[in-house]
Design a protein around this ligand. Structure first.
Ligand SMILES: Cc1cc2nc3c(=O)[nH]c(=O)nc-3n(C[C@H](O)[C@H](O)[C@H](O)COP(=O)(O)O)c2cc1C
Length: 191
């Protein structure tokens, strides 16, 4: 018991000396966050999916990290990393691609899950392969393309034109694949 209290105190100190540090949270004085969902989102759909994954894992057991807001992530705080982003004009956000490349060595020593948000289903495999490096794809315990949304109210003029021209769709539509999200959650939970 003494050892346990000492450990809790150490964690508290670390949080005190490094305010804002992501990943170390004392939950009910006994559970520690060890999973991070790291993502980038242009119109909010990947963020929505990231939250669904977080809910699926149990909201208290996973941290959400938006790469738009957080530049440096201390990966040593996590043993499982779920990384995702969305496809725009065939490419995933540069932030996600850079994050994976920059942290490759450390990522290969963690449990990694990958997910991609997109609307062009026939291209999913190609888009996914372009989005994540081969080493990471081979290492991942789960990889899912989870569909996406066209949110016209969030698009600028040019984006609306592109989406109308390429897809023929001109109203907001949601095609998030809940089954794929559930599969990813189960894979991460080890079910
Ligand atoms: C301008 C534009 C281009 C897009 N291009 C692609 C594409 O090349 N392939 C694809 O699968 N989805 C494409 N999409 C669909 C997005 O991936 C989808 O809207 C996704 O839900 C966006 O997620 P986010 O809000 O997290 O960025 C495009 C969407 C927009 C608005």
């Amino acid at each position: 018991m003494e050892e346990y209290d000492y450990f809790i105190e150490l964690i508290r100190k670390e949080t005190f000396f490094a305010p804002g540090i992501i990943g170390v949270h004392v939950l009910n004085n006994m559970t520690f966050m060890k999973t991070a969902i790291i993502y980038a989102s242009s119109h909010g759909t990947t963020e929505k999916v990231a939250r669904q994954i977080q809910d699926g894992l149990g909201a208290d057991s996973a941290s959400l990290i938006n790469l738009k807001e957080t530049r440096t992530v201390d990966l040593s705080l996590f043993d499982t990393l779920i990384i995702g982003g969305s496809i725009h004009a065939g490419q995933m956000q540069g932030r996600v691609r850079t994050f994976c490349k920059k942290n490759m060595v450390e990522l290969l020593q963690k449990r990694v899950g990958l997910f991609m948000v997109g609307m062009n289903e026939p291209e999913f495999e190609t888009e996914f392969n372009n989005a994540f490096p081969e080493l990471l794809r081979n290492h991942a315990i789960t990889s899912k393309c989870v569909g996406g949304e066209f949110l016209f109210e969030k698009m600028n003029f040019i984006e609306k034109l592109i989406v109308r021209k390429v897809s023929g769709i001109n109203t907001s539509i949601s095609k998030i694949n809940e089954d794929k999200i559930a599969e990813l959650v189960n894979d991460v939970k080890g079910k």
